[in-house]
Design a binder for this molecule. Structure first.
Ligand SMILES: CC(C)(COP(=O)(O)OP(=O)(O)OC[C@H]1O[C@@H](n2cnc3c(N)ncnc32)[C@H](O)[C@@H]1OP(=O)(O)O)[C@@H](O)C(=O)NCCC(=O)NCCS
Length: 175
């Protein structure tokens, strides 16, 4: 679908369901910053209902171009700062498997996702929140063209406690 050199974003296929479900069920693969201590949720029902991508949310596979291996997912959901559609923004998420981390793929995938959302929707703002301690994600977002906007104090509860999040955003008019 969207290809920027070393990774591409593509639609979820039937062959991906078991893999994505397994990633979601494994706290190590998911990573501590995406682990909310909740029971795993299969995407099978949404896939069969054609609801993996909808008007207010979506999920794509991050595929390594070199070997066409799926190495993670990116997702988005609507957040509203006022009446839609003008004040609707996309909040994105990402999770790469451990073997896909630390090589710059996260920055590429999140740049591609913002490009995709600006190209396919009217949204003016694509944003991402990440733990103040998640330095890899903060660096990846900066390299992907997102700008740091501030800290949302005490915004997120995970099994390890309540955490501050850093908010990043890329605007349609950003360079
Ligand atoms: C967060 C994530 C998407 C980042 O993608 P990535 O491809 O691994 O990141 P990169 O290889 O581009 O590394 C980004 C930068 O952070 C640095 N970095 C990586 N791990 C780091 C660490 N533990 N401490 C400090 N810096 C770190 C890298 O050196 C790199 O720096 P550079 O831009 O100066 O080269 C990926 O690691 C991941 O999926 N992690 C698990 C899930 C997760 O945390 N998702 C985000 C939840 S909000």
């Amino acid at each position: 679908m969207r290809d920027q050199g070393r990774v591409r974003l593509r639609d979820v296929s039937a062959d991906d369901i078991a893999l994505i479900d397994a990633w979601d069920a494994d706290p190590v693969l998911k990573g501590e910053f995406n682990d909310f201590g909740q029971p795993p949720h299969s995407i099978r029902q949404d896939f069969e209902a054609g609801k993996i991508v909808g008007d207010d949310h979506g999920l794509l596979v991050v595929e390594r171009v070199a070997d066409a291996a799926p190495i993670g997912t990116v997702s988005w959901r609507a957040v509203h700062y006022g009446p839609p559609p003008d004040s609707r923004a996309w909040q994105i998420g990402i999770a790469l498997v451990p073997e896909g981390r630390g090589q710059g793929f996260g920055a590429e995938a999140q740049r591609l996702l913002a490009d995709h959302l600006f190209a396919t929707t009217d949204a003016f703002r694509v944003e991402a929140s990440t733990d103040v301690d998640n330095i890899a994600e903060q660096r990846a977002l900066e390299r992907a063209g997102y700008r740091r906007e501030g800290v949302n104090r005490g915004a997120q509860v995970r099994p390890s406690g309540r955490h501050d999040l850093v908010l990043y955003a890329r605007l349609r008019t950003d360079p």
